[in-house]
Design a protein around this ligand. Sequence first.
Ligand SMILES: Nc1nc2c(ncn2[C@@H]2O[C@H](COP(=O)(O)OP(=O)(O)OP(=O)(O)O)[C@@H](O)[C@H]2O)c(=O)[nH]1
Ligand SMILES: [Mg+2]
Length: 233
Amino acid sequence: MRKPDGKIVLLGDMNVGKTSLLQRYMERRFPDTVSTVGGAFYLKQWRSFNISIWDTAGREQFHGLGSMYCRGAAAVILTYDVNHPQSLLELEDRFLGLTETASNNCLFAIVGNKVDLAMEWATEGGEKEGEASGKAGGCVSSKVPKQVQLEDAMALYKKILKYKMLDEREMPSAERMCFETSAKTGYNVDLLFETLFDMVVPMIARQRAEEPSQTVDISSCKTPKQTRSGCCT
Ligand SMILES: Nc1nc2c(ncn2[C@@H]2O[C@H](COP(=O)(O)OP(=O)(O)OP(=O)(O)O)[C@@H](O)[C@H]2O)c(=O)[nH]1
Ligand SMILES: [Mg+2]
C-alpha cells in the first residue's frame, strides 16, 4: 500500500463526536460508538492522492499521543459539541498545543458537532435537512438552545492564526473554516471533509513538486575513470 500523500487529524474532547463524524463520512452511517482508545485512521482517495484521516482519543489519559498523531498533518479538525461550551474552551486549553508537530502551513477547521440537538437547528429548517437524510433530529421539544455560537468558533479560529503567527490575509477565512455539523443526520459532514480535501490536495501537490526527486538521473553521471589497478575514482 502506497504511503499516504497527506494527513488530516481529528482532535477534540471526548464525546464531541469525532469518531461519529468520520464513520458518518466514510461508512455513510451513524453507528453506536465506544470511546476511542489511542487512535485509528481511514484512507481516502481524493483525485489522485491518498489522504489518511486520523481519529484520536479525547480522553485525558491519551492526551500525550495527540502530538504524535498530528506529526506532519496538512489539516487538523478541532471538534467541539455546540451544546457544551467547555468543549470549545478545551480546544484552546488542551488540544491546540498538540498541533506544534503539524506541518507549517497546516490548515485548521473548527467544527461544532451535534447541532441536531440544538433548538435553533430545528427551527432553522435543519429539521427538514435531517429528514432529507432520513434522520429527523427528533421533535423540537427535546432541543436545548445552542450553547456555542458560530461566532465563538470564528473568534477561536482567528486566535489560532495569531497563535501560529499566520497572516489572516493568507489563510482561508474563518467563515470558510468553521462548520456546524451533525454526525447523526449527516448535516454538513460531506461539506466539511470535502472542503478540506479540496484545500489539502493542492498543498500536497506543491510539496511533492518541491521535493527533490527520489530517482537519480544516471545519464548525467560521468562514467568513472578506471585506474591501472582497475579501481574506479
Ligand atoms: N445527537 C447526536 N449525537 C452524536 C453526534 N455525534 C456523536 N454523537 C453521539 O455522541 C457520543 C460520542 O460520540 P463519539 O463519536 O464516540 O465521540 P468521540 O469524540 O469520538 O469520543 P472519544 O472517542 O471518547 O474522544 C455517542 O453516543 C454518539 O452517538 C451528533 O451529531 N448528534
Ligand atoms: Mg472516538
